[in-house]
Write a protein that binds this ligand. Structure first.
Ligand code: GRF
Length: 212
């Protein structure tokens, strides 16, 4: 059953995943999905520029603009209601999503992480720190994970993963480039599955259409 998604993308950085999702929607590969809002805590984020150039409403909203966590959450939630949003995709958002927002959008917030969770996740595991840790560990593969966001960092149920080999002599930079390339396929694919109603929430993990 189709599940129309009105998506808010939360992003702090360059926005290449946002761009990949926009391109997939524009090319018609995610029927039923629309990005209705982009929110960034960083006024200089490339993601805001990408939103503007694609005529998607965008907002700079940061905890620093508010007196309390609660005031920030109240504004984020009322903004999401205003558009109205029914699905949130975190795409390089560098802030933890508060429990109040997780509760309001239970099982409807997804994130992409540049490694194969549950390894190489958690606080401090972002950007090149992830790829450096993978290389240091001697792992032969890394990859990307799309997962549900819950109250713990990089912890919610896994939706999709794809691996890439870690080549001998790999650097954090070369691994980041390889992982980014698969992220740009994986994230639109995960959203396509949500929009197509192909996702069933299990207790441990999520079943997707390709599984029995
Ligand atoms: C990606 O590597 C994603 O996995 C992580 O943050 C990065 C965002 O990159 N959560 P971009 O801003 O989408 O280019």
């Amino acid at each position: 059953m189709r599940n129309d998604l009105r998506i808010a993308v939360f992003a702090s950085g360059r926005g290449s995943n946002l761009k990949a999702i926009i391109d997939a929607i524009k090319s018609g590969t995610i029927p039923g999905a629309e990005i209705v809002l982009v929110i960034s805590n960083n006024p200089d984020a490339g993601a805001l520029e990408i939103a503007r150039s694609n005529s998607i409403p965008s907002l700079h909203l940061s905890r620093k603009q508010f007196e309390s966590d609660q005031a920030f959450d109240t504004t984020v939630l009322s903004t999401l209601r205003e558009y109205p949003v029914n699905f949130i995709a975190l795409a390089g958002y560098m802030k933890r999503i508060s429990p109040a927002i997780v509760r309001a959008f239970r099982d409807r917030i997804v994130n992409i992480h540049p490694a194969l969770l549950p390894s190489f996740g958690g606080p401090g595991m972002y950007g090149s720190f992830v790829h450096e840790a993978v290389i240091r560990s001697g792992a032969a593969v890394s990859g990307a994970t799309v997962h549900i966001v819950d109250e713990e960092y990089d912890h919610g149920r896994i939706i999709l993963q794809k691996s890439v080999p870690v080549a001998p002599g790999e650097t954090a930079g070369s691994l980041a480039a390889k992982v980014a390339e698969i992220e740009h396929q994986l994230y639109p694919e995960a959203i396509r599955m949500f929009a197509g109603g192909k996702i069933t929430m299990g207790n441990q993990r999520v079943a997707t259409e390709s599984e029995p």
